[in-house]
Design a protein around this ligand. Structure first.
Ligand code: SAH
Ligand code: SF4
Ligand code: F3S
Length: 490
């Protein structure tokens, strides 16, 4: 399958890497967006660039010469939020310098810190021109105009008008790579006791199926052949059907997307265990384009802690879902998120987490030390776990996860995998792509194969990536071969 034409590189599994802006030659005003946090922020940043393009803004690669800088922020852990204020300190100096030179720089703070701490930002960093939340960036042009007239006063907009947002956003215009993100669902109603997302992103909202299908077709026309459906609770998506009939759920949407000519790979993230319906699990067995990789956060292996976290499922429920997924798609690779040191977590609870990891066996996973977040129920719990204990637990959990990931990667050696080549590698003549299981794969290949799915024989499995060589001289494989049915990886 060929995925022609692109500008942007997509980093689908790297949730904390700053957004990589693209350069445009015919620039009237320069825009620099720095993105923190999850893929939904990456998607939002792309859409902000789309909205600002008609105003003459084109993206640049550095804040130094930018006319507008937007920090699209994340509030999920304390460290993520702290970064914003230190970055703002640096931007203030740049803005002062520009003003001394007779120019100016508009500074905007977007995203989840803006939503949660908008007034604090305006107070602590009054040189910030605009502050706006994840559900209000459709108003960016008006905000820019208001800021110009505000006489230095920060313009603050943190409404939760998600429906209005998608209605008012322009059609996707940014050039995507062969792998694109598509937000289908926003917000969260689950209220896990540790999490800020329900407060920063608001209530759950699902986009109508017809909008999603139309956006997917536009992404394909723009050169993408892999689409990752995004939502904080993506598998809770349930949208109005295009024909006005009964609502669709995610399994149906995936089946319909797979019918679009040019879509070779479909992924979705992030899922909540409670929303893994039978139909969605069946889609993993029945839809070849649905990639055999699922990020299914469990957070803890202790029923006591899962209860205290308000996760609304226990470990047995999680094991049952994993079994069903593996029955449906035996080669499915699983990933998860874990929090260590949740208030009240004992050695015994933590041992249950290690035990769960051992039983499930992950292809990769993310783990974090619990970080108390303002306004969340767990933050006011009196039995907080000591930092040193959190450090120790994080280390042993990560050692176990890393060993599982290394074993999973090592197991690929000698196999032939379809790889979507997305970007240039470190040395000339090298390209980097993704396996169906989300592994980065490095290989020597001609530039002409970039954006295509090729068969790669894996020679080496490393801690975080694979390397290999083109299996055949001719390169790209046909669409029906890209679904990575099990025969491919046997
Ligand atoms: N919607 C997803 C993930 C949301 S945030 C889900 O339901 O799983 C991504 C991850 O950040 C979470 O899965 C959790 O592991 C972590 N996280 C969220 N709040 C946190 C906190 N207060 N401290 C540490 N990690 C946290
Ligand atoms: Fe946060 Fe829980 Fe919602 Fe995930 S399900 S976004 S962890 S509240
Ligand atoms: Fe962070 Fe907001 Fe995403 S808090 S993880 S940017 S939804």
């Amino acid at each position: 399958m060929t995925c022609p034409g692109l500008g942007r590189q997509t980093v689908a599994d790297d949730r904390f890497r700053p957004h990589q802006p693209k350069v445009c030659a015919s620039v009237t005003k320069r825009l620099f967006i720095k993105t923190y946090g999850c893929q939904m922020n990456v998607y939002d940043s792309e859409r902000m660039a789309d909205i600002l393009a008609p105003l003459g803004y084109a993206e640049t690669t550095s804040p130094d010469d930018a006319d507008m800088v937007i920090l699209n922020t994340c509030h999920i852990r304390e460290k993520a939020a702290e970064k914003v204020f230190s970055e703002l300190g640096r931007l203030r100096k740049l803005k002062d310098r520009r003003r001394t030179d007779g120019g100016d720089m508009v500074i905007g703070v977007a995203g989840c810190v803006a939503q949660a701490e908008g007034e604090e930002i305006a107070r602590r960093a009054p040189y910030v021109d605009i502050v706006f939340g994840p559900q209000s960036y459709q108003h960016l042009p008006e905000m820019v105009t208001r800021a110009a007239r505000a006489g230095g006063q920060t313009v603050l907009e943190t409404d939760f008008d998600v429906e209005d947002k998608f209605d008012r956003l322009p059609e996707v215009a940014t050039k995507n790579g062969p792998a694109a993100f598509l937000t289908i669902q926003e917000g969260c109603d689950k209220f896990c006791a540790f999490c800020v997302v329900p407060y920063t992103r608001g209530a759950e909202f699902s986009r109508p199926a017809s909008d999603i299908l139309a956006e997917a077709r536009r992404l394909v026309a723009a050169g993408s052949c892999e689409i990752t459906l995004l939502g904080q609770n993506v598998n809770a998506w349930h949208g109005a059907a295009p024909d006005g009939g009964a609502e669709w759920a995610l399994g149906r949407l995936i089946r319909e997307l797979a019918e679009i000519d040019g879509i070779a790979r479909i992924r979705y993230t992030t899922s909540h265990p409670l929303e893994m319906t039978a139909d969605l699990i069946a889609a993993h067995a029945e839809v070849p384009a649905l990639m055999p990789y699922l990020h299914l956060p469990v957070q803890s292996g202790s029923d006591r802690i899962l209860g205290a976290m308000n996760r609304r499922h226990d470990r047995e429920t999680y094991f049952r879902i994993v079994d069903k997924l593996r029955d449906a798609r035996p080669d499915i690779a699983l990933s998860s998120d874990f929090i260590v040191g949740f208030p009240g977590e004992t050695d015994r609870d933590f041992a249950d987490t290690l035990n769960l990891v051992t039983r499930v066996t992950y292809a990769q996973a993310y783990s974090f030390k619990y970080s108390p977040r303002p306004g969340t129920p767990a933050a006011v719990e009196t039995v907080q776990v000591e930092e040193a204990v959190k450090d120790e637990r994080l280390q042993s959990l990560q050692a176990l996860i890393n060993a599982q990931q290394a074993a999973f990667n090592a197991d690929m050696v000698g196999r032939t995998l379809p790889v979507l080549l997305e970007r240039a590698g470190r040395h000339a003549g090298q390209l980097v792509g993704r396996s169906p299981y989300m592994q980065s794969v490095h290989l020597d290949a001609p530039e002409s194969l970039r954006n295509q799915i090729v068969e790669v024989t894996i020679d080496q499995g490393r801690a975080n990536s694979l390397s290999g060589r083109l299996t055949t001289e001719h390169g790209p494989v046909a669409k029906q071969d890209t679904g990575t049915n099990v025969a491919h990886v046997a």
